[in-house]
Write a protein that binds this ligand. Structure first.
Ligand SMILES: [Zn+2]
Length: 169
């Protein structure tokens, strides 16, 4: 192989690695401690439903591309706290806001959120196991803190049942 060609390949490889690292660190910045602190500042306190809303919203950003104008979020759960706190997590992560009317909260069993953007649809349903886990948790603050911290990091597929659809045009 010619040295020139070899250098070219080397440059391409380095470029690819650098851009992969950039994408990775971008995701990390979003799901960071700083981002969680911003969410707590906005919402007023830290709770499991806020964190579940953040996780759902960040996942929607990743799957559909973040767009605070084009994305719509439809939430179905209890319309009172703590369940309704989920909506604040979705607002701060996706930029869908009640002021812009591209987020809605409707009374329903369990917890479900559907995101729509252009012709794409992403539906997340909170797993029964997570609801059971919260119901069976002792009331000590420490136990809740541990759960919340864990929910912020846990694999998204262990938290939600996920359905992604591309609608026919
Ligand atoms: Zn709350």
């Amino acid at each position: 192989m010619e040295e020139k060609t070899r250098n070219k390949i080397l440059f391409l490889a380095i470029g690819l690695i650098v851009s992969c690292l950039a994408i990775q660190s971008q995701e990390k910045v979003e799901q960071s401690k700083e981002f969680l602190l911003r969410a707590i500042e906005f919402h007023g306190h830290l709770g499991p439903y806020l964190v579940l809303g953040l996780r759902a919203g960040l996942y929607a950003n990743k799957m559909l591309g973040k767009d605070p104008m084009e994305t719509e979020a439809f939430i179905k759960t209890k319309t009172t706290p703590p369940e309704s706190c989920f909506a604040d997590g979705v607002q701060i992560s996706t930029g869908c806001t009640f002021g812009k009317r591209n987020i809605s909260l409707e009374e329903g069993e369990g917890l479900q959120v559907t995101f729509k953007k252009n012709n794409q649809k992403l539906a997340l349903k909170l797993k029964e196991e997570i609801i059971e886990e919260m119901n069976s948790l002792p009331s000590e603050e420490r136990a809740w803190e541990d759960l919340v911290r864990d929910l912020y990091k846990r694999d998204i597929k262990e938290i939600f049942e996920i359905v992604k659809q591309t609608k026919e045009k």
